[in-house]
Design a protein around this ligand. Structure first.
Ligand SMILES: [Zn+2]
Length: 429
């Protein structure tokens, strides 16, 4: 049997000091509440520290190198943001979309000096003279950081940046007609769910997919039955999220939409969007065979992620993400059931205890551990919304317990150890 665990083991010193101070000031009971709040703060700090520590690091080993410019299909050219790191993998992917002389640009990298000249080179090589505009998946710096340099490339053209505006953060939308000074930073034409953007050879539909960030949108490329997935799915790592409940719902919607796009294409081969404009191959024989595909034949169902190589079977990858999350959730539920077995009367665990037993086997580094605390608290919030667990106030420290007998172990299971040797569905990446 495991020794009883305490919150303090998983609480970083700064937050812990704050919690202790609160406790001395306001008495044991209120102090306990403050400790919970401090732990949630610590989890957030940990997540940011995790990001800070890792942005400086090199990309994970074993990732395939990506060419700086690659034609991935007759409609999609990828230009790398020139910002490789542990978190951005080979760097942020930006995509030129369409087949004509003006195309859409999805995302702008993080503002590295080498990016704008590379974009110019990619455009020149493929006969692209201008941009229809810029589409941005979400507010993170490695996606919007290059916007100023992209606008500077087109001083005579009003390059309008479309992005879902975060109203809670006071971001401004462009005025009527989108004619506000295009050089003003952080000023976007708001993107509504379902908004459609067209260029020759491309119909791009926006889908609001909050969770990784509140403003996140993915873009469906109708002609290919493909999806620009932003940071919802990465090829080479699992994605981070601000809100797991929203993120899960968004991934499920993406899976449904992509499956529908694939099915639609299978029943309706050769439909080129009905726009009667330039079709496949108008760019001549410059298609770069990447991903082991001849890009002139584009199978439907692709994900074009913001980080990493093209994902050929997007529906399969999204299903793997879904299974990975329920695998993780089952582990939390199993631990709570174990707690119940040990002591059916108080049978709950704190978030910190759960985090310790679920992750301490895997990680010891404090920064990483506090990032794990963030994930744990997100899972608990989601499981609470689903009614599977409840937060119980009666204990010395607030803890989570299984909400109803239907989640608790049966009498016949008491004292047994639940088999937990299931494999992570994503571990074979
Ligand atoms: Zn992001």
């Amino acid at each position: 049997m495991r020794a009883p665990l305490t919150t303090r083991r998983a609480t970083p010193p700064r937050a812990h000091a704050r919690a202790v101070a609160a406790e001395e000031e306001e008495g044991e009971e209120r102090g306990a509440r403050h400790r919970v709040v401090a732990m949630i703060d610590a989890a957030k700090e940990g997540a940011s520290a995790f990001v800070a520590a890792n942005f400086a690091g090199p990309p994970p080993r074993g990732l395939p190198p990506l060419p700086p410019i690659a034609k991935l299909s007759p409609r999609v050219i990828r230009v790398l943001g020139q910002n490789p790191s542990a978190f951005t993998l080979q760097g942020t992917n930006t995509y030129l979309v369409g087949t004509g002389k003006t195309r859409w640009l999805i995302d702008t990298g993080e503002g590295k000096r080498a990016y704008a000249p590379l974009l110019r080179r990619a455009m020149k090589a493929h006969g692209v003279e201008g941009l229809e505009g810029v589409l941005l998946t979400h507010w993170h710096g490695d996606h919007v950081g290059g916007l100023a340099s992209v606008r500077a490339m087109f001083p005579d053209v009003a390059v309008v940046a479309h992005k879902r505006v975060r109203r809670d953060k006071g971001e401004k939308a462009l005025g009527e007609g989108g004619n506000e000074d295009p050089r003003a930073a952080r000023t976007y034409a708001d993107v509504a769910d379902g908004a459609v953007f067209r260029a020759t050879g491309a119909t791009i539909r926006a889908m609001h997919t909050p969770g990784h960030s509140e403003d996140h949108v993915v873009f469906v490329l109708e002609e290919e039955g493909a999806m620009f997935a932003g940071d919802c799915v990465l090829n080479g790592n699992t994605a981070t999220f601000e809100c797991l409940t929203e993120y899960s719902a968004s991934l499920e919607r993406m899976e449904r939409e992509l499956r529908a796009a694939v099915d639609e294409g299978n029943g309706n081969d050769g439909d080129d969007g009905g726009d009667g404009k330039a079709g496949d191959g108008d760019d001549g024989g410059e298609i770069t065979p990447t991903d082991g595909n001849n890009a002139s034949v584009v199978p439907r169902g692709r994900l074009y992620p913001s980080h990493g190589e093209v994902i050929r079977d997007g529906v399969k990858k999204l299903a793997e993400y879904r299974k990975h999350r329920s695998w993780r959730e089952n582990i939390f539920m199993d631990e709570l059931r174990d707690g119940w077995r040990r002591d059916p009367r108080s049978g709950g665990m704190t978030a910190a205890e759960l985090c310790d037993v679920v992750y301490s086997r895997q990680v010891s580094w404090l920064v990483l551990k506090t990032a794990c605390a963030h994930i744990t608290s997100q899972h608990l919030a989601k499981m609470t919304e689903e009614g599977r667990v409840v937060r119980e106030e009666g204990r010395a420290l607030w803890g989570w317990v299984l909400s109803s007998p239907r989640y608790r172990p049966a009498a016949s299971e008491m004292g047994e150890n639940a088999g937990r040797a299931r494999a992570d569905p994503l571990s074979a990446r």
